[in-house]
Design a protein around this ligand. Structure first.
Ligand code: GUN
Ligand code: ZN
Length: 431
């Protein structure tokens, strides 16, 4: 049995903070500890109290740093690790020029396997311990993605992209093939180790009505799977979706019609929603996902977090690699903060760090497993250093509160601020 006591400044949220003074929303121990046995947290609290129960445990000292639950990224694309930072006019131009070209390379299994290593190295280097990922259209890309996650003991969600029209021939499946291959992948991977399947019709523009119907049939057959797709990201995309599905009331209505919306549905971007579409999210429990670095990079628009929250909708936040420009959830918060500023909305650092940990876990319905440091959850953790660079150290000398430290981390921080990442209590980062 492996047993470790991690010493550090321990921070974990148990509910969404209501503003800057809501210290009851989280647990924080300046001289804290996390006691881990066989990959699970057994206790969290003040170090002097935990030491007596952890006699004989290996002690890992992070006392200068913050120990938090590992970050969760609720939307990203595995086959886009070599698309990131590709110049493009807007979403549809970028998809056609780079993404649909690059994803064809995932027909080659050796390429999938090599990219899977880089993908997880990137996530873990940045403190992300769980991701919700799109594969390519090739079922083998998902085998590579899940095999590597299983090898690393990670909790991952993902699925094969279903796309049967309006893309290069080499990237198309058919409605039947998309159904059959997704079903086989569900049987192979869903519930295995720490892996979950997401039924993944790419978006309405690249699926025929027959394919969306097949995706709906999969959701009905496997209601415990997730469903992920894109919606209302870009104005030209929305116009095209309306052209292709003229009978639908709006873009969200397309997915609604085919039975794709439920509380396990994750809708990437969801920027330009109309009131009826927001009603549909409220009714079905489907979750929008805010992808700030991508939305800025592709010039897609400004996500309305406060507007959605006023309707009781709590979305996820994500990188959207490779439309997104960083693996770092710290950098994602940085740009998310600025997007919301342009909307006249503020993201307090307590809310921000709750969002990338417990909040995203809640969006996934996995809050008993990941996203906090509560006893019984997986020991997936990130260790953060707000003094990682000379410039951060200079700034940090003027910091007086935890909120100020967190804000510095989310504005100036990136992988250099991630001192270590643990999956099931096992260190992942070369230092
Ligand atoms: N819409 C459909 N496919 C994609 C994709 O790969 N990235 C983004 N950002 N939007 C999409
Ligand atoms: Zn995406």
């Amino acid at each position: 049995m492996s047993e470790t006591l991690f010493l550090g400044r321990v921070l974990s949220f148990h509910r969404r903070p209501e503003g800057a003074d809501d210290a009851r929303a989280f647990l924080f121990h300046e001289a804290g500890a996390v006691h881990v046995k066989d990959g699970r947290i057994v206790a969290v609290g003040p170090a002097d109290q935990l030491r007596s129960a952890a006699v004989g445990a290996e002690v890992v000292d992070h006392r200068d740093h913050l120990i938090m639950p590992g970050f969760i990224d609720t939307h990203l694309h595995f086959p886009q690790v070599q698309v990131l930072a590709s110049w493009g006019k807007d979403l549809l131009d970028w998809l056609n020029t780079y993404t649909f070209v690059e994803e064809q390379r995932f027909a080659d299994i050796a390429h999938c396997e090599a990219m899977a290593k880089g993908f997880y190295d990137g996530l873990l280097n940045n403190g992300t311990t769980t991701g919700v990922a799109y594969g390519s259209v090739h079922a083998a890309s998902v085998d590579a993605m899940f095999s590597e996650a299983e090898r690393r003991g990670m909790c991952m969600i993902g699925g094969k992209v279903m796309m049967d029209c309006h893309a290069p021939e080499a990237l198309l499946d058919t409605a039947q093939q998309g159904y059959d291959e997704s079903l086989a992948l569900i049987e192979r991977w869903h519930g295995k180790a720490r892996l979950h399947y997401a039924i993944t019709p790419r978006f309405a523009l690249t699926s025929t009505p027959a394919q969306l119907e097949a995706a709906g049939a999969l959701c009905a057959k496997h209601p415990d799977c997730y469903m992920q797709t894109h919606v209302s990201e870009n104005v030209s995309e929305i116009a095209r979706a309306r052209e292709l599905y003229p009978d639908a009331p709006d873009y969200v209505g397309i997915y609604e019609h085919y039975g794709l919306l439920s509380k396990r549905a994750l809708l990437g971007h969801a920027i330009h929603l109309e009131p009826r579409e927001i009603d549909a999210l409220v009714e079905t429990g489907a979750k929008p996902v805010f992808c700030p670095t991508s939305n800025l990079f592709l010039g897609s628009g400004l996500y309305d977090d406060a507007g959605l929250r006023a309707r009781g909708i709590r979305g996820g936040i994500a990188t959207d690699i490779g439309g997104g420009t960083s693996y770092s959830m710290l950098q994602t918060l940085n740009e998310g903060y600025k997007v919301l500023q342009l909307r006249g909305q503020q993201m307090h650092p307590f809310e921000a760090f709750d969002w990338v940990t417990r909040g995203n876990a809640e969006v996934l319905g996995l809050e008993g497993e990941i996203g906090t440091l509560e006893a019984g959850t997986a020991a997936d953790m990130v260790v953060l250093n707000a003094r990682a660079t000379p410039e951060m150290r200079l700034r940090a000398d003027r910091i007086e509160t935890l909120a100020e430290e967190l804000f510095l981390l989310m504005i100036m921080g990136d992988d250099r601020s991630v001192a270590q990442t643990y999956v099931g209590g096992v260190a992942q980062k070369d230092i």
